[in-house]
Design a protein around this ligand. Structure first.
Ligand SMILES: [Zn+2]
Ligand SMILES: [Zn+2]
Length: 537
């Protein structure tokens, strides 16, 4: 008897080979959509194809990479939150080599200026290259910052009216000490804090975040607050540091609320009285000294400004008169175009290191990092979709920076205007439909948080695994890859293996590592770790 033939629907339900490979990769924590790179060894002439993880932070794009990225952020957050010792940022003293190169650079610069005076252009050109080479060498030796270019123009003094200075908020001020770690209480407790900052109300909202009265809801202020949110948050940290008198550090994430306004969750190192946080929040504002942009000069359907290649600015389509230049428009500004402020609500909570509560809050802080913005603020009802549409419409006519092409709708040539600009269309994140309520970076970490970059944290994790393995006698050969020449594989490369092959190879390698790692854990008397992200190396 033959088996009954499969129906079309049944055949369609059989998973595709590619899906099977992807599912296996996900299960083993291997990147599902790696780039293929070509690694050439100039000594042996050997050419290898290597799968390089895509590094996406978004789970719907690549789950294993997104989970690894989140795990690193969790480590970063945890390591800095209750730090007891000040992270060490003392710069290394410059070496003899540094000093010798700098002396050479000074001589070259003198020679350059002489050649300029003599008008010896050939010599000038040669010296300029020589100076650039010296700067490169200095950077390779390890030097931060940059030296001034030999023909740097003298700095123009920017005239600033005193009216336009940010008013100092009415807050007590102290000199900010260099310390970044919190105080210890009762000889053993060193609490840190979890805080949430929210923007002001734009009108009453329902539980789903949509306005009760859409016609009076202040979309304009909501849009501008979103655009300037990051600057407002920066000012808050500055003010807080001045009030408490020490260099407060933070790990913060920006998330959209249901009403699609950004709000900030932050782990803050050290402890600050709630009343003080409230005081700083109430006194903090950010003034935007931009030209007024309440009334559009060019409406939808109007002829828009056009680029005039002779005068190299945008001109009025009818009169051909150049639009106001950004610099001139800014000079005449009398009052801020917008003032961003927080709402009155401030949530803060003291949390002790190493507790279950600390772990829970770190999970909360990093919860949405693996989702794209569109996945976080998703309209599930028509009412929400209509609310998002109205906010988006306002954001499309809210300039996001002095360079924004939206300025042309207000009759202003944006800063550094060029012929590639399309009036009213700017690629800035603030205007994108999928970025509603999340205009900028989603993770904000202060410079002295853990004293490490994400790359340092990644190296720590790798070292941890290597040490575990070494403890049971599994020593991985350290291959020197520095001399290899890496290149992205050309799509037409006939020799490049199919992605599925690279994936299967990576999976089998990962399974082998995993087995070795579990063996090491058992030997160390610890139960094998079941998460797929441990080997995020
Ligand atoms: Zn990936
Ligand atoms: Zn823009």
């Amino acid at each position: 008897m033959t088996a009954p033939a499969q129906t079309r629907a049944e055949r369609m339900r059989v998973p595709l080979a590619a899906d099977v490979v992807k599912a296996a990769a996900e299960q083993h924590g291997v990147c599902t959509r790696p780039f293929t790179m070509e690694a050439g060894d100039p000594d042996t002439g050997e050419l290898r194809y290597v799968a390089v993880p895509c590094g996406s932070t978004i789970e719907s794009v690549c789950k294993p990479c997104a989970l690894k990225a989140r795990a690193l952020r969790i480590t970063q957050c945890r390591e800095g939150w209750h730090l007891v010792d000040e992270p060490d940022f003392t710069p290394d003293t410059p070496t003899e080599d540094h000093k010798a190169l700098l002396t050479l650079r000074a001589d070259l610069f003198n020679a350059y200026q002489e050649a300029m005076r003599d008008g010896d252009l050939g010599e000038v050109e040669e010296l300029r290259e020589e100076i650039a080479r010296t700067d490169d060498e200095l950077r390779q030796l390890g030097m931060r910052g940059r030296l001034p270019s030999p023909d740097a123009p003298a700095k123009r003094t920017v005239k600033r009216s005193t009216k336009r200075r940010q008013d100092a908020p009415n807050l007590p001020r102290r000199k900010v000490m260099k310390t970044t770690v919190g105080r210890e209480f009762a000889g053993k407790y060193r609490p840190s804090m979890f805080i949430t900052l929210t923007l002001d109300s734009y009108g009453r909202v329902h539980d789903d975040g949509t306005p009760v009265h859409p016609h009076t809801y202040d979309y304009r202020r909501a849009a501008r607050d979103a655009v300037h949110f990051a600057a407002l948050v920066d000012r808050w940290w500055q003010n807080l540091r001045r009030v408490v008198g020490w260099d407060v550090q933070y790990f913060a994430t920006v998330e959209p609320q249901k009403r699609a306004a950004p709000h900030l969750h932050a782990a803050l190192r050290g402890s600050i009285p709630h009343d003080l946080l409230k005081l700083v929040t109430a006194a903090t504002y950010h003034q935007v000294w931009w030209p007024p942009h309440d009334e559009r000069v060019y409406q939808d359907g109007d002829q828009l400004p056009v680029w005039d290649s002779r005068v190299r600015v945008f001109v009025d389509p009818t009169t051909q008169a150049p639009l106001n230049a950004w610099e001139d428009a800014v000079q005449t500004v009398e009052e801020p175009a917008h003032v961003a402020k927080f709402g009155v609500q401030v949530h803060s909570k003291g949390i002790l290191g190493g507790t279950e509560e600390a772990g829970r809050h770190i999970g909360y802080l990093t919860k949405y990092l693996t989702k794209s913005t569109g996945e976080v603020v998703e309209a599930v009802s028509e009412r929400q979709a209509a609310h998002h549409d109205r906010l988006h419409a306002e954001l499309q006519v809210s300039p996001c920076s002095p360079k924004c092409a939206v300025w042309l709708l207000y009759g202003i040539n944006p800063q550094g205007a060029h012929n590639k600009l399309t009036p009213g269309h700017c690629k800035g994140r603030a205007h994108q439909r999928s970025m509603l309520g999340l205009p900028g970076r989603r993770v904000l970490v202060s410079r002295k948080w853990s004293g490490k970059t994400l790359i340092d944290h990644k190296a720590d994790r790798k070292a941890f695994v290597t040490d575990m393995l070494a403890a049971v006698g599994i020593v991985k050969p350290v291959t020197d890859t520095s001399r290899l020449i890496w290149r992205k594989v050309d799509p037409s490369d006939q020799n490049a293996p199919p992605r599925a092959h690279l994936l299967m190879h990576a999976i089998s390698e990962r399974i082998r590592w995993r087995a070795e790692y579990d063996q090491a854990l058992l030997a160390a008397g610890e139960p094998p770790d079941l998460s797929a992200t441990t080997l995020a190396a």
